[in-house]
Design a protein around this ligand. Structure first.
Ligand SMILES: C[S@@+](CC[C@H](N)C(=O)[O-])C[C@H]1O[C@@H](n2cnc3c(N)ncnc32)[C@H](O)[C@@H]1O
Length: 185
């Protein structure tokens, strides 16, 4: 099977998330990232998952129940995540920016709230914590979110964060970008 952005993000999470970790899935969707975080963080860990679509919250809770996993699934914008966690306590934040496959086609992540949420997530990360972003763009979503997120990441102080922004040089269309961020210790 051809390597894709989701594989890259999941390999990164598997490498970095340890038992007992406190993790945030900023875009719960169908719950696949939240389920992986729950498995990696284990019973001693804690996972918060956000989505603004009731259908996504329902699907995420259903997947977690089927898999016997537990997370706090919150119907709220990821831009408000600082209301649910203390600064510098989170080990890992993951974003899957785009739309919910099969969900309401009018609802997709937006430039302003995504940049606000990434900024909030970086404040919540503990030193040594990590963030992964799968950035879907093009088609209905357009390019404004991709451009805004990219421009914001370029402003981050390199003494505080290392940002790896990847693109698939030989893929057709608008393949999602994997982005990885490390908060310095
Ligand atoms: C590409 S899907 C996420 C897929 C998911 N990670 C999975 O594993 O199935 C993007 C999700 O972001 C959600 N979303 C859009 N705007 C949001 C916001 N401001 N806060 C939280 N979630 C949002 C959408 O409702 C959608 O479910």
């Amino acid at each position: 099977m051809q390597l894709n952005t989701l594989h890259m993000v999941h390999e990164f999470l598997e490498r970095h998330v340890r038992p007992g970790a406190f993790c945030i899935d900023a875009t719960a969707g169908k719950g696949r990232d939240a389920a992986l975080l729950c498995r990696l963080a284990g019973p001693s860990g804690r996972v918060l998952a956000f989505d603004i679509q009731e259908e996504a919250v329902r699907q995420t809770r259903a997947l977690l129940a089927v898999e016997g996993l537990a997370a706090q699934v919150i119907l709220d914008s990821h831009a408000h995540m600082e209301q649910y966690a203390e600064p510098e306590t989170v080990d890992c934040v993951v974003f899957n920016l785009g739309r919910l496959p099969g969900g309401d086609p009018r609802i997709f992540t937006q430039a302003d709230s995504s940049v606000a949420a990434i900024r909030a997530g970086l404040r919540l990360l503990r030193p040594g914590g990590v963030m992964a972003i799968a950035l879907y763009y093009g088609k209905g979503n357009g390019y404004s979110e991709k451009n805004a997120v990219s421009a914001y990441l370029e402003t981050l102080d390199d003494r505080m964060f290392s940002v790896l922004r990847c693109d698939w040089a030989n893929r057709r269309g608008d393949p999602p970008m994997p982005i990885f961020i490390w908060k310095e210790r």
